[in-house]
Design a binder for this molecule. Sequence first.
Ligand code: NZQ
Ligand code: ZN
Length: 394
Amino acid sequence: MQAFTFYSPTKIIFGKNAEEKTPEEMKEFGGNRILIVYGGGSIIRSGLLPRMEALLKEADLPYALFGGVQPNPLLSHAEKGVQEAVAFGADFILAIGGGSVIDTAKAIAIGAANPDQVLWDFWEKKASPKRTLPVGAILTIPAAGSEMSDSAVLTNTELGSKRGLSGDWNRPKFAVMNPELTYTLPPFQIACGITDIMMHTLDRYFTTQQGNGLTDEIAEGLLRDVMANGRKAMENPKDYDAMSELMWCSSISHNGLTGLGGNKDFAVHQLGHTLSARFGTAHGASLSAVWGAWANYVMDRDPPRFARYGRHVLGLTEGTDLEIATAAIELTVSYFGQLKMPVSLGELEQGVLSEEMLVELTDICLYRGGRESIGTFKKLERSDIYEIYRAANR
Ligand code: NZQ
Ligand code: ZN
């Protein structure tokens, strides 16, 4: 087993009506004045927000509301949230929503604790946050894993850049997970979530540092569980057990556990973030659109690893390593297809892209010259990235 550090301090409150415990959890973590961050209105329509407001009033917790977070959340909106948090004197940020809302809450927490620093400087690594406000999350969609992760991803529209900021200060103090809160999700968002959950483990599983037995077993078990329960949730979005599995998998897939001892690859995420930065593509769709092209391009780096994935996750038995590896990629792409996720660039809203656009995407993917390569399983330089986009451009 390779050396690793594991730190996952987020307290999990899981189950029916779990959100009712939120006020006492916020108090435990020092919350006296709460900024509630939410998205485009799903929690108003579902009645969750009014219920939470009533609970906060009952608990004598003053709060202010900051809604309007959009998918692929914007830096400019987070900056407004920082102003709101400072003006209100918030000492705790409560996110109610998915990855976009939680990431915005994390950004607001950092900005409010460091009001003299330009917020984006942290994302560009020109400064490192020395402090942040505590953040708690009520999760409404199993997907990004931000509820336990150390990362916050923002889009800077002025620079046309979408990027993450990682550090242990980003880990929420607690995450409330009531699977019933997902029942209002549209099928597309459920499918995006399943894809993203799988990808957080796949982007760790394909690693050059192997020999981490338990890590591999956890990763493979999680992938089997997500794929099986993903099918059930797509058939019946109110299947409590299936949604429970997806919700817990979303957190475990991105809190570090499924990659302990291995170096993360995350090239597929970077290829996908580029599509989201350029076209506003939903995160899950940005990943399924390129995964097959990526996998076929890098597979020759380690066919036995892809074959192990085929055997342990997809139950393939017949054939050589190379045959099983190839079949495993095909089966995974076909699973995304069954979820009605795009499996090529041509299936995204923009349709098949021009050569010039592929060059531009390649440039954005490398932070317009700010980076030489992406990924670790197989290091991808400019020409590799271009080839992957080209192969996906069907
Ligand atoms: O905004 P509202 O109205 O709430 O609607 C949202 C949004 O339109 C809707 N939704 C969420 N819960 C719902 C619901 N609709 C009905 N019923 C519910 N219960 O779903 C839409 C998508 O929400 P979003 O928060 O964007 O989804 P997700 O959780 O997939 O988050 C995606 C964002 O997280 C980032 C992605 O890049 C993307 O910006 N990620 C964050 C990570 C992290 N911080 O660790 C890691 C990930 O790899 C990812 O990059
Ligand atoms: Zn992701």
